[in-house]
Design a protein around this ligand. Structure first.
Ligand code: SF4
Ligand code: SF4
Length: 141
């Protein structure tokens, strides 16, 4: 009984004296190191012209197994197709990456967005919110 207690205390003291061996992370000041192939929330990409790359073909919505994407396309004055409405329900997304694989123009990519906690009982990302994830990423650090 006493031996495990002493072992536990010794480990605590060792960690206390040498914080580098500490496994606890001071989140959010310290960020976790994600696996290279980690898949976070899908993000809409922005083209060189500063507009969304998405051409509203709807393939991502068709291929999505949890049917959490809805796309409504439209054409602008130059006959360019764009998503008038693009919504992604983050509660239903299972981060499978099928939408990224299906997209013909690489307009949707799963990067490292994982902080999705919310107080609401729904978490729908509209087009601007999905584009904002990419805009924030491109800001100079
Ligand atoms: S990652 Fe999978 S579940 Fe999530 S939106 Fe894309 S296809 Fe749907
Ligand atoms: S994100 Fe890609 S696959 Fe989805 S509607 Fe836009 S262009 Fe099509």
């Amino acid at each position: 009984m006493i031996v495990p207690l002493i072992k536990g205390l010794a480990l605590t003291i060792k960690r206390f004296l040498n914080p580098n061996t500490c496994v606890t992370m001071q989140y959010p000041d310290e960020r976790p190191i994600l696996a290279p192939r980690f898949r976070g929330l899908p993000e809409l990409q922005i083209g060189k012209d500063g507009r969304e790359k998405c051409v509203a073909c709807g393939l991502c919505a068709r291929v999505c197994p949890s049917q959490c994407i809805s796309v409504e396309g439209a054409e602008d004055e130059t006959n360019r197709r764009y998503p008038k409405v693009y919504e992604l329900d983050a509660f239903r997304c299972i981060f499978c990456g099928f939408c990224e694989e299906a997209c013909p123009v690489r307009a949707i990519i799963l990067r490292d967005t994982f902080e999705l906690a919310t107080y609401d009982n729904k978490d729908v990302f509209d087009k601007e919110k999905l584009l904002d994830l990419t805009r924030k990423r491109n800001l100079p650090k």
